[in-house]
Ligand binder design. Structure first.
Ligand SMILES: C[S@@+](CC[C@H](N)C(=O)[O-])C[C@H]1O[C@@H](n2cnc3c(N)ncnc32)[C@H](O)[C@@H]1O
Ligand code: SF4
Length: 414
């Protein structure tokens, strides 16, 4: 669907069809708290997890969501959703599929922790519809893992990758982090070298985001974290340099960059516009993102909502999400632009300029400037981030930026 059509949908009827639907389900429990983690989580107990799943089922079956479209993906993220039983995943899948019919190629991802990966567990998850996993590893360096309080060793993570394959998972992703303060930046190059030798299909890499200690639910950061944000500890040029080296290395090893921070084996298909890194990048094109659970963001047309209060409040009333943002059509253009640029091949200049109406001159000026700075290239009408631009984009946007996203993008070059 083009931006012209999107514009018509946005300005006329909001309860309407989308090109695609992506569903994110959040499970906020873990067995431990890792030192760096910016996600509010609660200690796992079977009893709390059961109460939470009941609330999720209530939300999925009762919350009115005015969006129809082809179900492109379902992502069970966390927290540690591999602590869910296969029975609970089956009940959640049943509730989702009753409202949004599963397509033959719907990608259903479960985020897993290496310590939960047993052959038996993985076979049970496969049976109830999980066809992709994304495993949080962060690094293959023993010293880094111990320092950031990960519960697994490099050897356990490597064994888990092999078990996932044996257990029948077709599409295996892993998650690594760049720039873990205060370790040397090239640590990621060693980590990617290990990853490229493993039977993994997809590598998601996150820039280490030093969180703000004042946000509810997050622990105080380690003492050496005096700054917040992405990459300020190392400096932008050093970060861009290591990103370019890493991207070159991954290409040599047969991976292509399918989003700014995603590498996928070149021979593997990726559903149009879908970014496989959980929820955030499903914003591309005219997709609707529907989030269920505590902290899960929904983005439907120009409205972004989220339920971000405490666990007990959510369990007591899972139907009360709060509006984070309502974009005007002009703001929506800039907001979408960021997400479309993250995925190569998603951003068509002509459609933007037509859709943007009053903003079109500013948009063109923005594109020109980004091309001159070496952040963007044009091929026909398609605008694509260069490796340099992708690196820079990666650490320019943090999780807290929804509210000022449109304004911020404009300010970047104008
Ligand atoms: C919130 S975790 C959930 C998955 C799983 N529990 C795990 O341990 O990886 C999802 C991903 O968020 C990323 N993450 C968590 N805290 C982060 C931070 N401060 N900066 C950047 N990425 C972070 C990690 O890469 C992690 O793989
Ligand atoms: S990184 Fe994963 S396991 Fe660690 S606290 Fe965060 S959500 Fe839990």
């Amino acid at each position: 669907m083009s931006y012209r059509e999107t514009r018509d949908l946005v300005t006329t009827d909001m309860s309407t069809s989308y090109h695609s639907l992506d569903i994110y389900i959040h499970f906020p429990f873990c067995n431990q708290k890792c030192a760096y983690c910016y996600i509010p989580t609660w200690r796992y107990t079977e009893q709390d997890a059961d109460r939470y799943v009941q609330a999720l089922l209530h939300e999925i079956t009762r919350r009115r969501v005015d969006a129809a479209g082809r179900l492109r993906s379902i992502f069970f993220g966390g927290g540690t959703p591999s602590l869910l039983s296969a029975e609970s995943v089956a009940r959640l899948m049943e509730a989702i599929c009753a409202r949004y019919p599963l397509a033959a190629d719907t990608v259903v991802t479960l985020e897993v922790s290496p310590l939960d990966v047993t052959l038996e567990a993985i076979r049970s998850f496969s049976k109830v519809g999980i066809n992709r996993t994304s495993m949080g590893i962060q690094s293959f360096n023993e010293h880094v893992l111990r320092t950031i309080r990960r519960p697994h060793s490099p050897a356990e993570a490597i064994t888990a990758v092999k078990t996932l394959r044996e257990g029948g998972i077709q599409d295996i992703g892993i998650e690594l982090m760049w720039a873990i303060v205060p370790f040397p930046l090239p640590t990621i190059l060693d980590d990617l070298a290990v990853a490229a030798d493993l039977p993994v299909d997809h590598v998601t890499t996150m820039w280490y985001d030093i969180y703000r200690p004042d946000v509810a639910g997050r622990p105080a950061p380690p003492a050496h974290h005096e700054l917040t944000g992405k990459g300020y500890f190392y400096g932008e040029e050093a970060m861009i340099d290591v990103y370019e080296k890493a991207t070159r290395f991954m290409r040599q090893r047969g991976f292509r960059r399918v989003a700014t921070d995603e590498f996928r084996r070149s021979n593997l298909h990726v559903p149009a516009g879908l970014c496989l890194n959980g929820p955030a990048l499903s914003y591309t094109g005219n997709g609707a993102l529907i989030g269920y659970g505590l902290g899960a963001v929904s983005s439907i047309g120009p409205v972004v909502t989220c339920y971000d209060s405490g666990l007990e409040e959510y369990i007591a009333d899972p139907l009360a999400p709060k509006n984070l943002q309502q974009f005007t059509p002009e703001e929506l253009v800039w907001f979408r632009l960021i997400y479309d640029l993250l995925v190569p091949g998603c951003c068509e200049r002509d459609e933007y300029v037509r859709f943007a109406c009053r903003e079109s001159a500013a948009l063109d000026q923005w594109f020109d400037c980004a091309v001159k700075l070496g952040f963007l290239t044009r091929a026909n009408a398609c605008l694509t981030l260069t490796d340099r631009g992708a690196a820079w984009f990666n650490f320019s946007f943090g999780v807290e930026n929804y509210n000022s996203m449109a304004e911020k993008v404009k300010r970047l070059f104008l």
